[in-house]
Design a protein around this ligand. Structure first.
Ligand code: AGP
Length: 366
């Protein structure tokens, strides 16, 4: 059945490998390439209601929160609607101002995370408009939200989220496109994004083909005590998710920073024993990211650059090159090599990959 390993050493490897099909499923029937838009039937909003949304806020825990941050970037970029993401527990405990013109998106693979569920209930009590972005159909959060978008990633068994994270980001690209096309996003731009989304599963497959190359870098991280993940704007939520994955399954201490914050403090930690992973999306900030590499190298820090560009990356000790689906979707593709990096590092260290110590697949108590 669905739950068997089918030749893979563990569920995480299987779930990483399943990402092209999983992404295919979250897109199925939801793209209109001719009109350059998406159709999210589960949202049940009219075009007029969609135009009435003045803010979008993504709420989730852990990787679901980071996926929400990718979503917020996409919504601001494609729809020019102010958007952000916040950890669900922080939101619910700070007595938030609930804005009737805001679309709240509760993000959860399991649909059972206690803090996210409680956030949905609190929002409903206060008249907030909340929709779910949930993988498990019939879960508590899916039932509590009367509208939403299912992620269709299929069962995710490994504690470390991979294909569900990817499908969250893809679903938010669909949401951003939908919101954009009832506003200022042009037909041509909408078509370009819709086309890039249609090709995304294939691009994900191409990234997975780099697995051996990435495995060959794992030694660098298995031997390290601390690792930085550095990114800016599109690369920033990717850096956070990369650090999370490495900590979670390899127990190597990793921290993500906005690359621009480096010289305001964390640069003091850089030395030859502390490798940095620098994300370089195919966007107008690539030159700045090359500057970050120089800053790290000048302090003797080893650098692994992960990029969707064809750029020469002079300072880096190693460069992982993956295809791009256009800058907007780079966060989705750049996350995948970081999943592989964490995976191969954890394997090298002999960790229990699917069941890391101290963690549960879903946190149903506070
Ligand atoms: C992801 O690798 C983690 N295991 C964790 O952060 C997870 O994403 C978080 O607990 C949220 O779970 P959910 O998506 O089921 O709500």
């Amino acid at each position: 059945g669905d739950y068997e390993l089918g030749g893979f050493p563990d569920y995480m490897a299987k779930e990483i490998a399943e990402q092209p099909e999983a992404a295919q499923r979250v897109l199925r029937g939801r793209l209109d390439e001719r009109l350059g838009t998406a159709r999210l039937d589960g949202l049940r909003f009219t075009a007029r209601e969609l135009r009435g949304i003045r803010r979008v806020k993504f709420l989730g825990c852990g990787s679901a929160y980071y996926a929400g941050q990718v979503g917020a970037g996409l919504v601001e970029e494609l729809a020019r609607v102010p958007a952000d993401a916040e950890p669900a527990a922080e939101f619910r405990y700070r007595n938030p101002v609930v804005d009737p013109d805001c679309l709240y998106v509760a993000v959860s693979q399991s649909g059972e995370t206690a803090d996210t569920l409680a956030t949905v209930e609190e929002l409903q009590r206060k008249g907030g408009r909340v929709v779910g972005a949930v993988n498990v159909v019939g879960s508590a959060i899916a039932r509590e939200c009367d509208s939403g978008v299912f992620l269709h990633a299929g069962p995710e068994i490994s504690v470390a989220s991979t294909k569900a994270f990817t499908n969250m980001a893809v679903a938010f690209a669909l949401l951003a496109l939908t919101l954009g096309r009832v506003r200022d996003l042009s037909l041509a731009e909408g078509r370009r994004i819709a086309g890039a989304l249609a090709e995304l599963p294939e691009r994900i497959g191409e990234v997975l083909a780099e697995s051996d190359r990435i495995a060959s870098l794992a030694g660098r991280f298995a031997d390290a005590e601390h690792v930085f993940f550095l990114g800016r704007v599109r690369g920033w939520p990717v850096a956070r998710e990369g650090a999370q994955k490495l900590k979670e399954i390899s127990y190597v201490h990793a921290e993500a920073y906005q690359a621009s914050e480096l010289k305001h403090g964390p640069l003091a930690l850089v030395d030859p024993a502390m490798p940095s992973v620098v994300l370089i999306p195919d966007d107008e900030l690539a030159a700045k990211n090359l500057g970050t590499i120089e800053q790290v190298k000048a302090r003797g820090g080893p650098v692994v650059a992960v990029t969707t560009t064809g750029l020469a990356v002079p300072g880096a000790d190693d460069v992982v090159r993956i295809p791009s689906a256009g800058p907007e979707l780079d966060p989705v593709l750049l996350t995948i090599p970081l999943q592989l990096l964490a995976y191969h590092t954890a394997r090298k260290l002999g960790r229990d990959i699917d069941k890391p110590r101290n963690l549960a697949k879903s946190v149903t108590v506070e």
